[in-house]
Design a binder for this molecule. Structure first.
Ligand code: FMN
Length: 323
């Protein structure tokens, strides 16, 4: 399949694996890229730019296909060494960057000069237009159903994607809620030129996470995610568990007085315990409503091939048969 997204990133299939904290290691990115999609290493999971350089080198040993790095710009009191991370990406010869969070404008000149294509993750049309205006090459349009941070507008992809298509000139992918070829075909119908998947890629053989995480995804239904941190305007969609229920109780009790410090036990530094140790109640971890559509743990290649075959069959056979 050829779209502006496959052309932009030099990939075979229009399927991107979004950055995921403590999931997007070299093994994950390489497996997706080897399957013909665009695998993405999560920059900030590496504690220092030096470690990111090593992770990029490790990924290159596992694949000769293009892969990218996610850079998430979050407001913080002591910001990470972003100039160092950007340098590690450029020096590592990476040609695709997924930015997320705050406006990436400051970093675009250096990235562009190095010939890097930038896809910015946005949860609204207005942010997507801003990304286009500042020179991003593509947008990942993240609907309300997505795992992670859906923003505060709560517009699902059924509306958000055709709205993006009305306004954007640069190509965009549908992100949030995607697990199969029906949805890839639908995304193309709605104006997207590919898909970005997070949660679905965690339940694969190569995902470098504890088996408990994969089993939790298999066991969950589309009713099992919750939105946390809404009072802080930092809404995150997570899989429900004991820690999330505790967190929601605190949100209810404290109301508008809630502060980040009140919930630090449930959200601060919990990812390694969950993803590496498999302590499933250690805290809140990002997970999309798409868990309801995940029933197996395939290899990334089988997953991507299956999605492509299903989408192509729909486009070639099911849709023409209606005419
Ligand atoms: C466990 C997990 C961790 C994530 N961490 C990040 C992150 O660090 N930075 C980021 O930009 N997006 C992050 N995301 C969001 C994904 O890149 C992607 O946009 C999202 O998962 C798409 O929705 P889906 O899960 O329904 O496919 C994360 C998602 C998950 C499930």
């Amino acid at each position: 399949m050829k779209t502006r997204i496959t052309e932009l990133f030099g990939i075979e299939h229009p399927i991107i694996q979004g950055g995921m904290h403590f999931v997007g290691l070299a093994e994950m990115a390489a497996a997706v890229s080897n399957a013909g999609g665009l695998g993405i290493i999560t920059g900030l999971t590496q504690r220092t730019p030096e470690l990111l350089s090593k992770e990029i080198a490790r990924c290159r040993e596992m694949t000769d296909k293009p892969f990218g790095v996610n850079l998430t710009f979050l407001p913080s009191i002591t910001p990470p060494d972003y100039p160092g991370y950007v340098k590690a990406i450029i020096d590592g010869g990476v040609k695709a960057v997924e930015t997320a969070g705050n406006n990436p404008q400051k970093w675009l000149p250096a990235l562009k000069e190095a010939g890097i294509k930038v896809i910015h993750k946005c949860t609204s049309v207005r942010h997507s237009l801003k990304a286009e205006a500042i020179g991003c090459d593509a947008v990942s349009v993240d609907g309300f159903e997505c795992g992670g941070h859906p923003g505060e507008d709560d517009v699902p992809n059924w509306i958000l994607l055709p709205r993006a298509a009305e306004e954007l000139k640069i190509p965009f992918v549908a992100s949030g809620g995607v697990a199969n070829g029906k949805q890839l075909a639908a995304a193309l119908c709605l104006g997207a030129e590919g898909v970005n998947m997070g949660t679905r890629f965690i339940a694969t053989k190569e995902a470098p996470v504890h088996e408990n995480v994969k089993q939790a995804i298999l066991a969950a239904s589309e009713l099992d995610t919750r939105l946390v941190m809404r009072p802080l305007r930092n809404t995150e969609r997570v899989l429900n568990n004991a820690a999330v229920e505790r967190l929601l109780e605190k949100e209810k009790a404290l109301g508008a007085n809630l502060k980040f410090e009140d919930i630090i036990a449930e959200v601060g530094g919990v990812y390694p315990r969950i993803m590496q140790e498999g302590e499933m109640d250690a805290g809140a971890w990002s997970c999309g409503m798409v868990v309801g559509l995940i029933h197996d743990i395939p290899t990334c290649k089988d997953l991507v091939d299956g999605i492509m075959a299903e989408a192509e069959a729909i486009i070639r056979k099911r849709l023409p048969a209606f005419l």
